[in-house]
Structure formats: C-alpha cells, structure tokens
Design a protein around this ligand. Structure first.
Ligand SMILES: C[S@@+](CC[C@H](N)C(=O)[O-])C[C@H]1O[C@@H](n2cnc3c(N)ncnc32)[C@H](O)[C@@H]1O
Length: 341
C-alpha cells in the first residue's frame, strides 16, 4: 500500500462512521495526494501542505494547497500529523480551533510514528475520541464542541511550534525542522571543513534554517551569489530571516523547491547535508538524487562539498557523476566528501 496513513484516515468516511459533510469544504492539514482523494472534487477540499514534493503531488492530482487563513472554520478537519511531538501537538490544536463549534477533527498516523500517543494528545484537547486500527495505523476522531478551541491547553499547544531564537539568538528555528534546536554534528563538520576559496555562484541543497549557507558566507568572501534550495516552507521562511542578518554582500535567493526534480541554474559550487529516507529500506535514494541534481547543475570544474553519515554508501553515485572524488574529513560517524565535475 502506497500511503497506509492516508488510506486509514478515510476509513471512518468510507465505512459511514463519520460521513463526508455536504455544503461546505473540508480542511486537510499536512495533506497528501493518493487514492482516497481521487473521487473528491477540488472545490470540496482545502489543502495545506508546506513540503514541496507533497504539495506538487496535490497539484498533479488537480488539488491546490495554500496556507489556511486563521479564523475560518470547517465541518471536518483532516490531519496527517508530523512525527515531531511539539509540531504535531500544535497542528492538532490548530485543527481543533478550525473545527469551530460543531466540526470534527480526524487524524491518522502509523503505529510506528506514535499513533497511540497522538490519539491521547487529541483526547487531552477534546473527548470522547473514537478510533479504528488498520494497516498498522490508527485513525482517531472527535467533535471538539464549543469551548475546546478556546481552552488554555489548546492555545498553549498552538504556540508549541512557533519560531524562536536558538543558540544564544544566532538563528531562528522551530520544532519539526531538521536538528531544530542544535547544530547537527555532520553539518558542523562540513562547516568546519569548508575551503575558504569557494567563489562565484553557489547553492545549498536542503538548506534547512540556513546554518550551512551562513557558514559559507562567513568563510568564503569571494562568493557572489548563493541560492538556498529547501522543500520545507516552514524552514525556508526562517532561512530567509536568518540569512537576512549576515553582513556578506552575496546575492541571496531562497527557493521552495524539490531538489530531486533538478536545479534551475548552473553553479560554481554546491554544498549539501542531504536528507535520507528514514525508516525506508533504501535510505540513500534521496541522497543519491541530491548528488545527481548537483552534478547536473555544476559547471565543468565545479565543486560539490557533501556531508554524509559514514555508513551511507554514496561513493558509486559520486564516482559515476564526478571526475574527482576525495574524502576531506572523517569524524564522529560523518564523512566530508569533495567531488569535482
Ligand atoms: C539533513 S537536513 C540539512 C539542513 C541544513 N542544511 C543543515 O545542515 O543543518 C536536509 C534538509 O533537506 C530538506 N529536504 C528534504 N527533501 C528535500 C527535497 N526533495 N528537496 C529539497 N529539500 C529537501 C529537509 O527539509 C531538510 O531541511
């Protein structure tokens, strides 16, 4: 099954336990496209999705995604909560508020991604909660009623994923982003290993809240332009604020973009701490696509500087795409690789 959490989310609707409301659109937070949405008219569904590959899949399915304005309420709010606890609680609290006085909140998650815990979180906001378990997932739903969205708990959970300063105010970050409240050891090793002669136009692939890009600008005065590519809009918006503070003169661009689709410009250098598919059999597919996208966009002689967990085997892809590949550093379970096109 392609997306068991999505299939499970629609079980109460398919079984008639909680029918699809008529007359007003349904709100879908962290929406993903897939088979259960095929019969639904785009006018019946308001989708919100900040992760570009999922937003692109919704568009391809004829559905649009947009940030949902505060204040609107919906008869049904569907949610696919993220893994990170504070971010998930904030999303459930938003869903409860968006359900207004009579709407239903319905959420689903894989058992291995904390479905039981999420169900009890929804129960803390509103009860009773009904649930069905299937496909190694759990769908759970409740009708919060008039006061739940105004409760102190709901308001305080809604603020749980708000942007905040971290590392003595050096960066703004928020729960749910990669290494959101610290600097990842691999990113730190890459920052420390950056050559200071990077020049011209560069890119950071999977830029997060901007730590690595900031390190490039601080270390390499000959960089003229730097493009930050990031699929998660919640991160990109903070990268913009974080990089806005730097004194470097380089021209900056911030691209909400799925790197696996290739890059839109050519570059003299690229840096990246690529994501890997957590919990998937082929963990390295995403990283390999990042390497291929970098190779496709670098000019002849252009340089890729990459950090990876030491056990992730990127060498064959690097060797196929680049003329020279060499290890620059190896410490604490991470390796830094420089590849020249
Ligand atoms: C390992 S983190 C690196 C973050 C940051 N550069 C750092 O070093 O702290 C990888 C980043 O890639 C982003 N990402 C995941 N899939 C992506 C995709 N298909 N296209 C672009 N960015 C993606 C993630 O949201 C995440 O911010």
């Amino acid at each position: 099954m392609e997306d068991p959490a999505l299939e499970t989310l629609f079980l109460p609707i398919v079984s008639g336990a909680s029918p699809w409301p008529s007359g007003a659109p349904v709100l879908f937070l962290r929406a993903r496209a897939g088979a259960p949405l095929r019969e639904i008219q785009s006018s019946d569904l308001v989708c919100e999705q900040s992760f570009k590959p999922d937003a692109d899949a919704l568009t391809a399915a004829g559905l649009t995604s947009a940030a949902v304005a505060d204040g609107e309420t919906y008869p049904l709010v569907l949610v696919l909560p993220p893994r990170q606890r504070e971010e998930a609680r904030a999303l459930l609290a938003r869903a409860v508020r968006r359900a207004g006085t009579s709407g239903i909140v319905m959420a689903s998650a894989l058992n291995t991604e904390g479905a039981r815990r999420l169900e009890s979180d929804l129960g803390a906001l509103a009860s009773p909660v009904h649930s069905i378990s299937k496909h190694k997932c759990r769908v759970f739903w409740t009708q919060p009623g008039r006061t739940a969205g105004e409760s102190e708990l709901c308001r305080s959970w809604e603020a749980l994923d708000a942007p905040r300063p971290i590392l003595d105010g050096e960066f703004l970050s928020r729960p749910g982003l990669f290494a959101w409240d610290h600097i990842d050891a691999g990113s730190a090793l890459l920052a420390e290993s950056l050559p200071d002669d990077l020049r011209g136009r560069g890119a950071d692939l999977g830029a997060g809240f901007g730590f690595l890009a900031a390190a490039v600008l601080a270390r390499c005065p000959k960089v003229k332009a730097l493009d930050l590519y990031e699929a998660e809009a919640r991160a990109l918006v903070l990268a913009k604020l974080n990089l806005g503070k730097t004194e470097a003169k380089a021209a900056l661009d911030f691209l909400w973009h799925d790197v696996t689709q290739g890059l839109s410009r050519s570059y003299d250098f690229i840096v990246s701490n690529p994501p890997f598919h957590e919990g998937r059999a082929d963990k390295t597919a995403l990283g390999r696509q990042f390497i291929q996208a970098a190779a496709g966009a670098l000019v002849k002689g252009g340089r890729l500087l990459l950090v990876a967990n030491r056990h992730l085997p990127y060498e064959a892809t690097l060797a196929a795409c680049f003329r020279i590949v060499r290890g620059v550093a190896d410490r604490g379970g991470y390796k830094i690789i420089e590849a020249v096109k």
